[in-house]
Design a protein around this ligand. Structure first.
Ligand code: ADP
Ligand code: MG
Length: 242
């Protein structure tokens, strides 16, 4: 039946995630362990170098764990009405230092000053942060990001478009898989978390991407999702156009 199918899908996702976490955390731990065993033989000259590697590896583990905390829901999850235009402006402001550093321009397009959405404000803010960060990271100097928020009947459409490096079809298919990353310092957890949050809001995510041209993420979010008694939906999910 449908229930059993959903359950087994969940179990395999958890298994996949657990295997990924184990792998990602074991690598830095192995390297820390190896260095600690050498500690007695170290001369002071090499000390600083080894210490830096150890700290880098610890930071990496910390980073992975803090990304995962979003899924672990350490804080209570509160759905409430909030103005998503205001939240979007706050996210842009938050990322402004990173934007300036990379010489990227963000253009925010909206016809409204207020669009009320019933949702988990912190989580939806996290989605915008993750998508915008990816857009910034996809751009080299001189790139632009176009962000738009618009009402469409009972839905809100959020689009994030960049003219960055884009993706191959193979890469697009892997989006949302835990630990899929093409970045040397990426975790590959950002999009998995985004998709999960959007799914919990009964929304959908669309991706359009072309190499060297850029990428557009479109999120469709019901302004008032039907969530009572059923935290997850099997209809919501990711659809891909490329
Ligand atoms: P991370 O950013 O840590 O790599 P994500 O889950 O946020 O993890 O993204 C996974 C991968 O998806 C990225 O490494 C990148 O290859 C690809 N990606 C995501 N967003 C974009 C984008 N806007 N442009 C190009 N590639 C992207
Ligand atoms: Mg990311």
């Amino acid at each position: 039946t449908e229930d059993i199918l959903l359950k087994s899908e969940k179990v395999s996702l958890i298994g996949e995630l657990a295997a990924g976490i184990a792998h990602e955390i074991r690598n830095p731990l192995t390297s820390i362990g190896g260095l600690v065993q050498l500690i007695d033989e170290l001369n002071p000259e090499k000390n600083a170098f080894f210490k830096e590697i150890i700290l880098t590896e610890i930071n990496r583990i910390n980073f992975i764990v803090s990304e995962l905390m979003v899924l672990a829901k350490p804080h209570a999850v509160y759905f409430s009405w909030f103005n998503i235009i205001e939240s979007t402006r706050n996210v842009i402001e938050l990322l402004q230092p990173e934007v300036n550093l990379r010489n990227v321009a963000i253009v925010f397009e909206t016809d409204d000053e207020v669009i009320e959405v019933y949702g988990e404000k912190n989580q939806l803010t996290q989605v915008m942060i993750n998508l915008l960060k990816n857009a910034i990271e996809a751009l080299s100097s001189g790139g632009y990001i176009k962000l738009s928020v618009a009402k469409d009947g009972k839905n809100v459409l959020l689009t994030i478009q960049d003219n960055g490096i884009g993706m191959t079809d193979e890469q697009v298919k892997k989006l949302g898989e835990p630990f899929f990353t093409t970045k040397s310092n990426g975790t590959g957890l950002g999009l998995m978390i985004c998709f999960k949050i959007i799914q919990n809001h009964k929304g959908t995510v669309q991706v359009e991407s072309e190499q060297e041209k850029g990428t557009t993420f479109t999120i469709t979010l019901p302004t008032r999702p039907q969530i009572a008694g059923q935290p997850e939906s099997s209809e919501a999910g990711l659809s891909i156009t490329s």
